[in-house]
Write a protein of this length. Sequence first.
Length: 248
Amino acid sequence: MWALLRTGRWISFTIAALIVIIAFGLLSVWQWHRATEKREDHLAVLAEIGQAAVPLDTALAQEQDWAHVTLTGTWTSEQLLVRNRPLYGRPGFWVISAFREADSDRVVWVARGWLVQSGTAAAVVEPPPAPAGEVQVNGYLHRSDNRALVAGENIPQGQISVINVAELNQRTSRAVTDDWYVQAETDPVLEHLPLPEPDDVQNLSYAGQWLLFALIVVGGWFYFLRREAKEPAAGLDLRDQEVSSRTG
């Protein structure tokens, strides 16, 4: 069997198999590193969430995603629904409202909470009004989505697709914070929005799959080697049986 490995065809086949195995191994290592990076990013987010709440100006100066912040002011009448935001398997919306800080004219977009979708996707939904009067809101600073804000004929009035603060600013002509919004911890009438969870499972799965593919290549190499090695032996046995039958 091992004599086959000295033939040109099997040398080429073995080199090709080694290249594929190494490539799969490197892809597995890369996916493992991506999973590690995501796990470290999640730990950093948890560390930010666990900190005491600081004024919004302090968090904006540091530009730290998921910083724990506090705001004092009043809710404006401007409210929108962010579509396609399921929660625990239920379809629904994020309710975002404009919040005017008490010590300035700055208006901040705040994701107040989650609202279940009770009608069809094309139905116009009225979100519950925000509390009146001066309130304190604690939440987490989050970077704006840079995708285009979709709103048009196919989307009911008062609904948008993503929280793109820059486009919201153009749409409402309000002086909102650049590239940031706040995700509120709680709201009196809405379900609270979930905090980020680790998303390294898919990368770990891919890492295992690439290792499995590498093992399949190794198994296939041995399988074809053994099969080809048995073919000459099988041919000799047949010739021996023919000779024996003739002489018999």
